[in-house]
Design a protein around this ligand. Structure first.
Ligand code: SF4
Length: 335
């Protein structure tokens, strides 16, 4: 793997997800004479861990940008719609490039780069759509795709001789063997699978997100972040229940309760913590207490379970009579 050469003058900012293609882009740009830095984006839907790891291995400076507000705006209203789940990929990708373009202007880079490969995805990475992204990002002539650059029109840094076009690549199509060979050539050994890591592409996560969008909305970032915790139920009177799956979830739900919310937890047996809004109807509160009991370890305990109800105004306990059955509540379970 080539080491960073800080004497080169052409400074570029490369989008780094941590996946193989984005790592290769950094390596190829260095071979073409660029002084590369990297940028990655994070939200409650995807983390920057893989990018941080890759940046450390590549010895490239990484800028981590909080992309949550952008992503939430796109989830609410994606101009080009969703992919197979609630993933607004076309607009998300274009917005990331636009943000990188703003950094280019503000921080003095000469180009932005991505690890895209021509025709790797028939719909979004054909020649026409790569051109659309370039124009709509406002980066015309300054968006470099080092893995397929020689199949595209030369960019300004190439025309000016700031990037050596002969060192850029001409990859096209879905076959991965050329990338595997390049990984060996550059000594890259650690990279996640191409599609992994974004919760928005998961259908089950999409159901929770859609439910939150339609009921509480996405303006409360805390609630968006809590989508990563627990099981979800939507009860008949509209109450959303988040039920901890494990001790870590239980602690998190208790710690992140807002003043307008209620925590439920079994008193006498091990079991999950639940978070519900304070305005829950009596019917929904009763159902939520039953859910807590039904997902508790009640088998080894002969008596009836008391559920602790914690609000801003104090704590009370409610005895929930047996039987504790999950079946009646499965119809309300989202994940
Ligand atoms: S997979 Fe997720 S992060 Fe990637 S473009 Fe799609 S929505 Fe954005």
């Amino acid at each position: 793997m080539g080491k960073q050469d800080y004497t080169t003058k052409c400074r570029g900012l490369s989008l780094l997800s941590g996946g193989l293609d984005s790592q290769l882009a950094v390596c190829v740009l260095r071979e073409a004479g660029a002084n590369v830095e990297a940028v990655t984006f994070e939200t409650p839907f995807f983390a920057a861990d893989a990018a941080r790891k890759a940046a450390a291995a590549l010895d490239v400076k990484l800028h981590v940008v909080d992309f949550t507000d952008d992503e939430i705006a796109l989830v609410k209203c994606p101009p080009h719609g969703f992919g197979g789940a609630m993933n607004p990929c076309i607009d998300c990708h274009a917005t990331m490039i636009r943000r990188a373009g703003e950094m280019m202007s503000n921080l003095g880079y000469e180009f932005v780069a991505t690890g895209e490969v021509l025709n790797q995805r028939p719909m979004s990475q054909n020649k026409q759509s790569l051109g659309v992204v370039e124009r709509s990002s406002g980066l015309a002539g300054r968006l470099v795709r080092p893995l397929c650059a020689r199949l595209l029109e030369p960019t300004i840094p190439e025309l000016e001789g700031r990037l050596d076009r002969s060192k850029l690549l001409a990859l096209s199509g879905r076959r991965r063997d050329p990338q595997m060979e390049l990984a060996k050539h550059f000594g890259l050994v650690d990279y996640p699978s191409p599609a992994g890591g974004c919760k928005l592409t998961e259908k089950a996560f999409g159901r929770k997100l859609r439910d939150l969008l339609e009921h509480e909305g996405l303006d409360d970032r805390r609630l968006v972040e809590l989508l990563n915790a627990g099981r979800r139920f939507r009860l008949p009177d509209g109450t959303g229940v988040i039920l901890g799956r494990d001790a870590a979830d239980n602690r998190l739900l208790a710690a992140r309760r807002a003043p307008s919310e209620t925590i439920l937890a079994p008193v006498s047996v091990p079991g999950p913590t639940a978070l519900i809004p304070h305005i829950a109807s009596e019917t929904d509160l009763e159902a939520a207490c039953r859910i807590v009991c039904s997902w508790s370890k009640f088998d080894a305990y002969p008596g009836e379970i008391a559920v602790k109800i914690v609000t801003d105004s104090g704590t009370e306990e409610r005895i929930v009579p047996r039987p504790y059955l999950r079946a009646p509540f499965l119809q309300f379970q989202l994940t």
